[in-house]
Design a protein around this ligand. Sequence first.
Ligand code: NAG
Ligand code: NAG
Ligand code: NAG
Ligand code: NAG
Length: 337
Amino acid sequence: MWKLNTIPIIAILGVFIFLLSSPSNARLINRLQLPSPLTGPESLAFDSNSGGPYTGASDGRIFKYAGPNEGFTEFAYTAPNRNKTICDGITDFSSLQATCGRPLGLGFNYQTGDLYVADAYQGLVKVPSKGGPATQLVTSAQGTPFRFLSALDVDPVTGMVYFTEASSTYQIRDLQTLITSRDSSGSLLRFDPSTNQTTVLLKSLSLASGVAVNRDGSFALVSEFLANRIQRFWLKGPRANTSELFLQLGGSPENIKRNSRGEFWIAVNNLLGPPPPPRAPVLPLGVRVSEAGIVIQIASLAEGFGTEAASEVQEINGTLYTGSLRTSYASIIRPFF
Ligand SMILES: *[C@@H]1O[C@H](CO)[C@@H](O)[C@H](O)[C@H]1NC(C)=O
Ligand SMILES: *[C@@H]1O[C@H](CO)[C@@H](O)[C@H](O)[C@H]1NC(C)=O
Ligand SMILES: *[C@@H]1O[C@H](CO)[C@@H](O)[C@H](O)[C@H]1NC(C)=O
Ligand SMILES: *[C@@H]1O[C@H](CO)[C@@H](O)[C@H](O)[C@H]1NC(C)=O
């Protein structure tokens, strides 16, 4: 049950600042290994038959997990002219990703079966349910080509696609520079599949790294990695088109995933002291938050990723499917005993 390892938190006006002294332990169930030498199962998605997970990898392909015997099998790719000879097997953060593709955020439209993908270089693309090559949908907004798309969520009721541009200045190959910058050129956007129109909802975000729409489509949450916070953008109601602080964190948030009860899991990484080259070790955490912004649970993902950053936490049937941009595997974790 959840309550066995729920951590009491100090609440301040609905905004919770959590202390990282004692996140609950989580048990590693399984590691889903990408084909060698690929890395970076950054985001995970399941199809309408609970098949998967599907995940993007460093060489521009999207893989579907087909069970313990077959492992991850090739499902789709995002770059229209992707050359297998050149691209297969490249690792993060090769400059070849600009032409081979780098799928990050994934989400199915369960009505149509289409898989929507935010590709760091290829923009917003759509893969048919049978897989294969993707169709490019959006590569620019307000006349400016995207530089670094990062995350995506599909509204399960309306099919609206919410996605983020991490930065309009830096690309994913410059990620280390971006992380140490004060960049605030990220945005939250919406693609309407019934009109093919894209709308910029929020600008000036400090490395927009995750997005999720809530259960009834009245708001969307967006992570700002460099500002350690989650903003809420209202889509409906009297506050429509305005945003507010939803959650201030003690670490850098990445993807946000809704669970079946309408709560959100946020992957959060806390720096563990000064960086030995090339980067600082982190404590990877899963933070479970209610729709009101109340922290319900903090689960340590250290058993899954050690001191590598986690990029996503997704709750399915009482287990957590977790991804990372740095590892060669996704981890399945059980956070409650
Ligand atoms: C979750 O549980 C349901 C009901 O038992 C099952 O149909 C589904 O396949 C499970 N999903 C995953 C991803 O294991
Ligand atoms: C893919 O790249 C290889 C190696 O550069 C080249 O020989 C081949 O012609 C390319 N294939 C296509 C379809 O462009
Ligand atoms: C949207 O774009 C697709 C091609 O990607 C096209 O088939 C469809 O007709 C367009 N829909 C509208 C409403 O323009
Ligand atoms: C929000 O903005 C959209 C256009 O972007 C507009 O159609 C809508 O009326 C606005 N809603 C409110 C409540 O201001």
